[in-house]
Design a protein around this ligand. Sequence first.
Ligand code: NAI
Ligand code: MG
Length: 504
Amino acid sequence: MSEKVLLKKTKNISKETPVKIAVAKGDGIGPEIMDATLKILKAAGANIALEFIELGEKAYLSGNTSGIGAKAWEAISKNKIIFKAPITTPQGKGYKSLNVTLRKSLGLFANVRPVAGLSPYVHTHFPNMDVVIIRENEEDLYAGIEHRQTQDVVQCLKLITRPGCERIVRYAFEYARAYGRKKVTCMVKDNIMKLTDGLFHQVFDEIATEYPDIQNGVQIIDIGSARLAAKPENYDVIVTSNLYGDIISDIAAEIGGSVGMAGSANIGKNVSMFEAIHGSAPDIAGKKIANPSGLINAAVMMLAHIGQNEIADKIKNAWLTTLEQGHHTADIYQEGISSRKVNTQEFADAVIDNLDNLPEQLSPSTLAEGKGAIQIPEYHRKSQKKELVGVDVFIDWEGNDPNEIGDALSAIEVYKLKLKMITNRGVKVYPTGHEETYCTDHWRCRFVAVDAEINRKEPVYLPIDFEKVVALLYKLNQEGFDVIKTENLYEFDGKRGFSLGQGE
Ligand code: NAI
Ligand code: MG
């Protein structure tokens, strides 16, 4: 890449109104790395107006169990962009994760984590790795809806929504376009979770067709993670749901050799938050030796997000140059490769000295013309015909012969609702199960209208009124069954909206 292309005409951003940013200096090493990073932002000419807010330890200890007080909330809703150093969550019960609180309260639906190999300056086995993980940030098993249903069984609800999938998948493709990426890979487990992960996959396929300029692919998460760990250079942008994304983004950061170096963005419709991925490192706090790179990279992402791409490139290239020159903090110092062991401030000063330089070995950063935040269109629900065709009744029963409960339930018929099958932990045990199947005290009993051709492979279900379900529950209760919960069985536009039991 020639210098001419890299040092594009500078749009005179200093004439524009500064972008307001709420800055939290955090705890532990937070203030040290934040001061160093803000000094670089100032020297590079970032056009931003800062308002400092208090988050974390002090807020926790002054009685806010979520680590954030009213004043900080006010500043966030005014500023819309949060630049946050790591905070310390005090040990002990009753303190809620501030990150989870911020993500959920502010609708920060996308977590974006780029990881690139910087070998030989930072040790990694994967010098050509350059991956961005885009993780759904609000849904999935992290909705935190859990129940104990019987003595032996607890449950966590996995919630996947169409608007949630559309938002994150579209964000991933828009991100790929905005940042010159070539391919988006979706990771799911829809061979097992056909409805939840199936929806994520389906939405991915639908949206991918709108981006013919970006390659796309889908991988099952287990083999996908294994391949990511073995050959990360084969991946570009990865989009996935919350739990898988949590796991693979840590894998990616770790194999990139740069847990202390990576930045991340939490993107919402109105508010976005930028931070390093590491914590407050209490073991080295106050020693002024922490590596500010994670926060510097977060700042670069923030500048790109607000459309100040040239400043973002300038800082990123100065940072790459500094690493190439071997000015390394203790955590990345390598005998024979590093030229000088620097502290936090010396590292920041070296970056500032390099603000007009481009790296010679590492690929320089060249962001496209600044477009600012990626906009995702509003979700519009399409109307579908929803019909109730049965009910799964979950019963707590301590016996262990499925035929006993099965025969007793088969004798019950309410308004033509009749038992179709029973599963235990998802495996069909009645009628005709396997003796070997282990049964707990948690029985899922499926009732459908009798007229349905119950034994067909894909039965035709008949619509029923909810009244009939209520009557069935009344009857089951009268007969002494311990009903712990129900799930209605619906069809949407004639398509089955529930999974079949294994062996059904
Ligand atoms: P940590 O990331 O703070 O530290 C892990 C290890 O990495 C330590 O040995 C530390 O010295 C080192 N390290 C981390 N960042 C470094 C840097 N910039 N330069 C040089 N070395 C660095 O993780 P840990 O110890 O599990 O957590 C400490 C505190 O941070 C806890 O209170 C935790 O809740 C909080 N935390 C906050 C996060 C946030 O605010 N986003 C994220 C992760 C943890
Ligand atoms: Mg995690």
